[in-house]
Design a protein around this ligand. Structure first.
Ligand code: EPS
Length: 346
């Protein structure tokens, strides 16, 4: 139903996304997209690049007078640091980054040619896509939020910045976990009919596609493995006026690959950024001699931003699944179909 592609290098002219499948008749306010782009740039532990860039979207196509036409949306985020042609070569791949595997795979001789596209800078384009999806979802009462759960093994907000401050002091980096919540999601998105249609699988794949994400769990996640069935499954109740309801939400809003009407909750784990100011052992790719990994300007901790990017990823998946269920081309038709569905399941 909905698909997108992104292009762009970290220090190229900018980042582009083409989003296809948004229905006609949706008002898209570029400032709402800019708001999400700004959220992505924030958080304690971001590097100097975020002081250079003020990410803003230019919507190149797909809109007239701020309304979607049903044609592809082309979204452009310009890089202020457009220096790709002048940057020095990088010869010592960073452990934990795409550097070495990418270099060998593509037959390149300069790590920079890998890291430019492998950089998490590309998530700016993904956030722009997610922001448009979010505007669509809001039309139907859906909302997304995220929060940091832990940094370097410590639960926040109790010690909000201490691990990041420690990482800065050690000339190190630190990862953590975040949680996203989608509320107002109707029952019935996704399907058990085919493995690839399962909403949980689609959310996990999209969130796992964010650079640095090493784990995703939905609802109780790995916690399920430690308890009895009677302790974890969300008992079903019914009340007049309220309909079916649950008193717990261990399922994280998804059962059998279908949204069940409860909030969708998903946690992601992000590894520490691979660029270390006190670098690990590596090998010079041209001499094959032992060396230290390359040092690039980078961030110390981006878990908060990763949560914002994961919201965008979830917004894309939910918009896609919603369009699948309620039809595609015209917002008015989708609203009518949705109302009709709500009436039937009431
Ligand atoms: C990023 C921009 C990059 C990095 C970071 C994310 O800017 P630069 O490399 O010019 O400092 O701060 O990228 C990485 C962490 C990475 O591993 O490539 C951004 O816009 O989020």
């Amino acid at each position: 139903m909905l698909r997108y592609l992104t292009a762009g290098e970290s220090h190229g002219k900018g980042l582009v996304a083409i989003l296809e499948g948004m229905p006609a008749g949706l008002k898209v306010d570029a400032e709402k997209v800019n708001h999400e782009l700004k959220r992505r740039q924030q958080g304690f532990g971001r590097g100097k690049r975020m002081q250079i860039e003020k990410d803003r979207v230019e919507i190149l196509s797909g809109l007239k007078k701020g309304m979607t036409l049903g044609s592809p949306l082309a979204l452009f985020v310009r890089n202020k640091d457009f220096s790709i042609e002048k940057l020095h070569a990088v010869l010592c791949p960073r452990p934990g980054h795409a550097d070495l595997a990418g270099l060998l795979k593509y037959g390149l001789s300069d790590v920079r040619e890998v890291l430019e596209r492998a950089s998490a800078r590309s998530t700016a384009a993904a956030v722009a896509v997610g922001a448009v999806c979010r505007i669509f979802l809001e039309k139907f009462g859906m909302r997304l939020a995220s929060k940091v759960i832990s940094i370097g093994g410590e639960v926040v907000p109790a010690k909000r910045h201490s691990k990041i401050a420690e990482a800065i002091q050690r000339r190190d980096t630190v990862g953590g976990t975040f949680e996203i919540t989608a509320s107002g999601v109707p029952v019935g998105l996704g399907s058990y009919a085919q493995p690839g249609r399962r909403l949980d699988a689609r959310l996990a794949a999209e969130v796992m596609s964010i650079p640095g994400i090493k784990g995703v769990e939905i609802g109780l996640g790995f916690g399920y493995a430690q308890r009895f069935g009677s302790e974890v499954h969300d008992a079903i109740y019914h009340a007049k006026g309220k309909g079916f309801f649950r008193r717990t939400n261990n399922a994280g809003g998804i059962e059998g690959g279908i949204s069940n009407g409860q909030d969708i909750t998903l946690r992601g784990c992000m590894k520490p950024i691979a660029t270390l100011m006190s670098p690990l052992d590596s090998v010079n790719i041209s001499t094959r001699k032992a060396s230290r990994a390359g040092v690039e300007r980078s961030d110390i901790c981006v878990v908060e931003s990763a949560g914002v990017v994961a919201e965008a990823a979830a917004a894309f998946v939910l918009a896609d699944a919603f369009l699948e269920k309620f039809g595609g081309d015209c917002l008015q038709d989708i609203l009518a179909s949705y109302r009709n569905y709500l009436k039937r399941i009431r």
